[in-house]
Write a protein that binds this ligand. Sequence first.
Ligand code: ATP
Ligand code: MG
Length: 245
Amino acid sequence: MKTLALYNLKGGVGKTAAAVNLASLAAEQGLRTLLWDLDPQGSAAWYLGFDSEDIGGMKRLTRGKIPIGDLIQPTRWPRLHLLAGGLSSRRLEQRVDQDDELLERLAAPLAEDYALLVLDCPAGIQPINDEVLRLADVVATPMIPSSLSVHTFGVLVQHLARQHMRKVRLYPFLSMVDRRRRLHRELVETLPREISTLLRTGIPYASIIEQMGPRRALLQDYAPHSPAALQYQALWTELRNRLGC
Ligand SMILES: Nc1ncnc2c1ncn2[C@@H]1O[C@H](COP(=O)(O)OP(=O)(O)OP(=O)(O)O)[C@@H](O)[C@H]1O
Ligand SMILES: [Mg+2]
């Protein structure tokens, strides 16, 4: 099983939109895929049609009262399953604070059933995200083309160095790119020279992506041939090559 994390210490940058669309593309291509929504907001679960009362159980899981399989739910997409704790994911965050290998131990049995684990992370620098960074084979970081986002990415790189996590395979990609804005166009031009691991594919700022909210559906469902969906496909191809799955 390969593990792909969607992570940025910055919030609202397109982590969840990428996590659900990439996971559905992987499943569509035949990989048994588990999407683990680690964020107490439960946004990934929500996009997949689950309400907050459908998800939970992290307290029982972290206490060893139930096996992880009991919390996994099939979705309406073949080969795509969901694990989401909603607000109870706070409990997992608290336990990881005391036991920094907990996530790895919980995830170990998943390798029997899945070829790919996709982790949708909460924003921020906290112990659970540090464990994700150590665990993931590839960390994909959506980055809005703004000066502040570039600064925040630098802070993240600094954090990895301080935590002796230089081996983390961190791949930023541009997200919410609006070519009508001069600064966006400039950064699209210059950032590949500044950040050697920047993925070639950027995700455009597009109302068709925003529509995932009101539709509670994935791009593959309602606009699989749209330019935005094609960009997620190209992004998935780049990430799949790096994951080697
Ligand atoms: N490429 C895009 N174009 C337009 N809107 C987008 C795009 N990507 C995401 N959005 C919208 O922006 C908002 C934030 O996106 P998303 O939830 O994916 O970000 P996030 O990084 O996961 O946020 P959080 O830090 O809260 O978890 C959502 O309303 C989403 O519909
Ligand atoms: Mg999110």
